[in-house]
Write a protein that binds this ligand. Structure first.
Ligand code: C2O
Ligand code: CU
Ligand code: CU
Length: 464
């Protein structure tokens, strides 16, 4: 026992030493109520829930392969956890209440510790009372730095959040609305970048920018257009693409929870301004997000060396010998049978403690049930999972603890091979994903439209 304690102490000392070498000591996160200047200076502040008083939360900078510790002290009046979205980490550090840990009670603390294997753009958010806590502001960037700088002139982070505000800038309550939950979820009418109404982004002609986009909205999809500019996708969900590409139609689509790292070449004219718009909900007009504003300074002469992000050590699936499963997403509103018929058809009525299941996932043994694993994958084998969306709604489906290869969509091989942790299923889509099940534990698999998750679009995949 003493030996174990000493070994643990040594391990912690070693981790602390390596963390210190890399300026990466223990970070404290304290979620608590706060006031935040969502609508900008001079405007009434918004009562939010925040990490360390900040919306979005502090951007945490980690280093690939270097141990990280985070002490979370709950200053809320309800339980919370921190989930490190997209990080391949030990199951006990995944931050899912009643699955990987107990919820952190008000006033209590929890110590997270892990070593991020992958460099890239990730994020953190609560996984308890998620709709309300995240919807009221709790989300932050988690940047895992590459060992060597990739060669951009500048690194810019945009944490995108949306808000439904009253005239006094207070947040509209009601994060458990059934009508929203059975349809597209709660889509706020105000979008902020890094916690405030955006001001124009100052650019200097000639710069090559790494623009890290994180969609931290509960339900809002985005399709961003950078007028007058070519953007190149460098990484998706923290995983570099093997071959950088320009997105179709110049639109960068980013679903809730997804991240996109763009190369934005500042090819505009000094002194000029170019709008950035969100065109996802095109039917009611595009949303003007911000402007790219060029200073009058002369063009920056920068290196023309191509920028390549080194690949992360995500294991390559063995597609000759996979374990196969099929998961089908069912339910939702306006699916042709009305709410009563739909719920009756699914045979799922909530009891008084559980929200009514409006959505479901059908697996090999029928519909998903709470935290019961929908299937078990043998540790170390390649899993090839077919996902079918029978509903009329879009779902960003997210798997914890893994990054998966997106193989095909509706039978067509993915145009650009890519690895993600959250994949979009449009209405009626079928998508094949594959990964090596090398990380043991019980892992959440859910829709990241948080209201869909809350109303049943969630299950657990066991790896053992
Ligand atoms: Cu950001 Cu369960 O996920
Ligand atoms: Cu996650
Ligand atoms: Cu969904």
């Amino acid at each position: 026992m003493a030996g174990g304690a000493i070994a643990t102490t040594r391990l912690l000392q070693a981790q602390a030493a390596s963390a210190a070498e890399n300026n990466n000591s223990t970070v404290n996160l304290k979620p608590a109520p706060a006031l935040a200047p969502i609508m900008g200076t001079g405007q009434p502040e918004t009562p939010v829930l925040a990490y360390n008083g900040m919306v979005s939360g502090p951007a945490l900078h980690l280093h690939q392969g270097v141990a990280f510790q985070n002490n979370v002290q709950n200053g809320l009046d309800e339980g919370t956890t921190v989930h490190w979205h997209g990080i391949r980490l030990p199951n006990a550090m995944d931050g899912v209440p009643d699955l990987t840990q107990k919820s952190i009670a008000p006033g209590a603390s929890f110590q997270y510790a892990f070593t991020p294997p992958d460099a890239g753009t990730f994020w953190y958010h609560p996984h308890d009372h998620t709709a309300r806590q995240m919807g009221r502001g709790m989300a932050g960037a988690l940047i895992v730095e590459e060992p060597e700088p990739a060669g951009f002139d500048r690194d810019i982070l945009w944490v995108l959040q949306d808000w439904e505000l009253l005239p006094d800038n207070e947040i509209v309550d009601g994060f458990d609305d059934v009508m929203q939950g059975m349809m597209a979820g709660r889509i706020g009418s105000t979008v902020t970048i890094n916690g405030t109404l955006p001001t124009p982004l100052p650019l200097r002609a000639g710069e090559r920018i790494r623009l890290r986009l994180i969609n931290a909205c509960l339900a809002r999809f985005m399709a961003l257009r950078f007028a007058g500019h070519r953007v190149v996708v460098m990484a998706l969900d923290g995983q570099p693409v093997t071959q950088p590409y320009e997105p179709d139609g110049g639109l960068t689509v980013i679903a809730p929870a997804q991240r996109v790292d763009l190369l934005l070449e500042a090819t505009g004219d000094p002194g000029s301004t170019y709008p950035v718009t969100d065109e996802f909900y095109g039917y009611d007009g595009s949303y003007k997000l911000t402007d790219l504003a060029y200073s009058g300074t002369p063009k920056l002469i920068t290196s023309s060396k191509p920028i390549i992000l080194p690949p992360n050590p995500v294991p390559v699936p063995d597609l000759k010998n996979p374990v196969r499963h099929h998961l089908t997403i069912v339910g939702g509103g306006m699916s042709g049978m009305g709410m009563g018929g739909m719920m009756g058809g699914m045979g799922m009525m909530g009891d008084s403690n559980t929200p009514v299941a409006i959505w479901g996932i059908k697996g090999p043994n029928g519909l998903n049930e709470g935290m019961t694993p929908i299937f078990t994958l043998p540790l170390g084998r390649t899993a090839l999972i077919t996902l079918t969306n029978t509903t009329n709604w879009w779902h960003p489906m997210h798997l914890h603890g893994y990054s998966f290869h997106v193989l095909s969509r509706n039978g067509a091989v993915a145009k650009y091979p890519h690895i993600r942790d959250t994949v979009i299923l449009r209405p009626k889509d079928t998508v094949d994903i594959a990964f090596v099940a090398d990380n043991p534990g019980d892992w959440m698999f859910h829709c990241h439209v948080i209201e869909h998750q809350d109303f049943g679009l969630m299950t657990v995949i066991r790896v053992a």
